[in-house]
Ligand binder design. Structure first.
Ligand code: ATP
Length: 240
């Protein structure tokens, strides 16, 4: 039913304005994309570097305004700070944590801003970062920072979570820990839109995938539908 639809995008396009210099034509990074994500569903955007995955995610989460098309997220506009944004969690590639805040302060502050309720110690425990609770962000490893970013995204169990390459830079045990939290929230009805370069993660955890190339979703469906002989048969660049 339409009540179960958390993201509905039709004909969405986005172009980056050319910087001052020789080329003045805008760079079209997302081109006429249709995409639907339902409650409790995990949708993974796949594609080579520069395909438009991050841009698509940033348009759908309301960070960049679509230049064409229609987007409905949780029944409203994704940039709506009153009715829509408090119900979503977002983990981008570079969160830029405040260097001087501790892990605990960072997550508690982001949680307060989100407007959702949760217990900071439980959330830190949940994502496996509680042993670094009093460490300042500047002292964390890259993988530890990613876990803090993830903690902020899942704080208060949002209805919809956006994750941009959530497991890039994580060691295998941390990747597995992150996925077990995602699967748990998903079984509670949380929807996910994420990007990844790890096909085996998409194969194991995504309900549907979209293969992006040059700003378009060229094929979408279950990974099984898109591959006959396993994920190694995926071709990102369609034959000319
Ligand atoms: P990756 O796998 O490397 O993260 P991606 O699929 O997420 O790539 P995007 O980051 O969305 O791709 O980039 C899509 C296109 O838009 C690329 O051609 C990129 O060069 C361009 N682009 C991205 N960010 C900007 C920007 N801030 N200004 C201008 N062009 C940009």
């Amino acid at each position: 039913s339409t009540q179960d639809t958390v993201i509905e995008a039709r004909g969405v396009s986005f172009a980056y304005q050319a910087r001052s210099g020789s080329a003045k034509t805008p760079h079209v990074a997302v081109r006429d994309v249709d995409l639907t994500v339902r409650r409790g569903e995990l949708y993974a955007l796949l594609g080579t570097n520069g395909a438009g995955k991050t841009t698509m995610l940033e348009v759908l989460e309301g960070h960049r305004p679509a230049m064409a098309g229609r987007i409905s997220v949780l029944g409203g506009d994704p940039s709506d700070r009153r009715h829509v944004r408090p119900r979503m969690g977002i983990m981008l590639q570079d969160s830029g944590l405040a260097a001087d805040l501790t892990v605990r302060e960072t997550v508690a502050l982001a949680g307060a801003i989100s407007g959702r309720r949760d217990d900071v110690d439980k959330v830190l425990e949940h994502v496996g970062i509680s042993h670094r609770s009093r460490t300042r962000a500047a002292q964390l490893s890259g993988g530890e920072k990613r876990r803090v970013d993830f903690a902020m995204a899942i704080w208060g169990r949002p209805e919809l979570v956006f994750l941009d390459e959530p497991t890039t830079g994580l060691d295998p045990a941390s990747r597995e820990a992150l996925w077990s939290v995602v699967d748990e929230l998903k079984s509670d009805g949380t929807a996910f839109l994420l990007t990844t370069h790890y096909l085996e993660e998409a194969e194991k955890h995504a309900d549907r995938v979209g293969l992006m190339h040059a700003g378009s979703i060229r094929r979408q469906g279950t990974l099984g539908e898109l591959t006959e002989g396993g994920v190694s048969t995926i071709r990102f660049v369609p034959p000319e």
